[in-house]
Design a protein around this ligand. Sequence first.
Ligand SMILES: *Cc1c(COP(=O)(O)O)cnc(C)c1O
Length: 477
Amino acid sequence: MAVETLMRRIPSVDEVLKTGTAGVAVERFGRLQVVAAVRAALDAIRAEVRSGGAAALEADLVAASALARLDHAAKPSVKPVFNLTGTILHTNLGRAVLAETAIEAAVAAMRRAIALEFDLATGKRGERDSLLRGLLCELTGAEDATVINNNAAAVLLVLNTLARNRDAIVSRGELIEIGGAFRMPDIMARAGCRLVEVGTTNRTHARDYAEALTDRTGLVFKVHTSNYRIEGFVAEVPARDLAVIAHGRGVPLVNDLGSGTLIDLARYGLAHEPTVAEAVADGADLVTFSGDKLLGGPQAGFIVGRKDLIARINKNPMKRALRMDKIRLAAIEATLALYRDPDRLVERLPTLRAMARPETEIAALAGRLAPVVAARLGDGVAVTVVDCASQIGSGSLPQQTIASAGLAIRPRAERGAGRALDSLAAALRALPVAVIGHIADGALVLDLRCLEDEAGFVANLAANPAALSDGDGDGLA
Ligand SMILES: *Cc1c(COP(=O)(O)O)cnc(C)c1O
């Protein structure tokens, strides 16, 4: 048929809007959005016809296409996933999964007005920090505490408050990059401090610090290099000794712990990480740490330590720009409260539960799921139960892996195996709840340490819209 004839057959916006399908769409998305989507669908049809292609011209089909566009656009961008990467605290997957009590507290804070900066005893204006001060001091042994947006902000705020236009002394072995654009020297510059590097990459001694301390020194800064290790001929000055050196010159010692655990992880068979309470007891005047790393809460940055220094931090105008919202404050309070009962922490705190989960339990789960996954993916792949080595992630305990178990999914055909593997990974990501694994030794590996919802995982596998198995046996449509 001639292009002109086809063009004349394209329905008008009004004709499309009169269809039943358009009625359904208006009910769901409102008239404004539907009219725009119908226009867009008609534009696409016109372009198709002009270029000689075949397009469905019936008004009802145009309405269906508009509805599909709106459905697609309405899908939230924030999508849950199954984190089967083997990295428990995966920064790109949102780090810690929160405890149920924390979730409930956050929901309650969202739904109602809360006494955020309001003293219910006096009826007068209160202080946001008073909500968490008691718990934080109790759990860390510090005199005072404050909470802001994240630990990167905590470091920035502490440096800016105590060492603006002054020297901040740091060991060359601790000038770390945490990721993205967060490099200690850059943060120091932005905080307005003069960075004074002491020691060398592998060795820094007490005398290096002592010689660098002057009247211009604002603080001595110690960074827990939790995301890397130097081995061999190394020396660092323990925080306890550093505190004595700094205090000898009347200068505060700040210890950025990064992950900052509140309990001794050795209890759960993991390597000992310095706890916040230890850092405080070792004489740090301020300690900074994250909320969503080992602590297992929402994103947050904690600063605990000397009362007079926290008071100075609270007067810094930057504090207001970095402050914490009521939703996360509620979740943090509930998370911290769990630490009062360490015996039941493993049951209640998902991060710790994942870290402490026994390998035998994970292996049994892998054994149950292997045939289910194999049946779903077809003959083109081999699914086997394999040993895995989970990591904690987010720069915590980088050396330590935890024995785990999972599934290795391997394309059977050797030709094009790399591409087959990529499309398999893509197919699993395209499931209603994306399944994220990692590729190792020519297989897609799903470490099952963080999989708690077994039934949900199986149902998700069955509900795949774009077939995982293409029926002709290669399993990789
Ligand atoms: C992770 C980390 C930070 C930054 O913490 P965020 O919570 O990601 O802002 C700062 N210092 C150290 C040592 C860290 O490991």
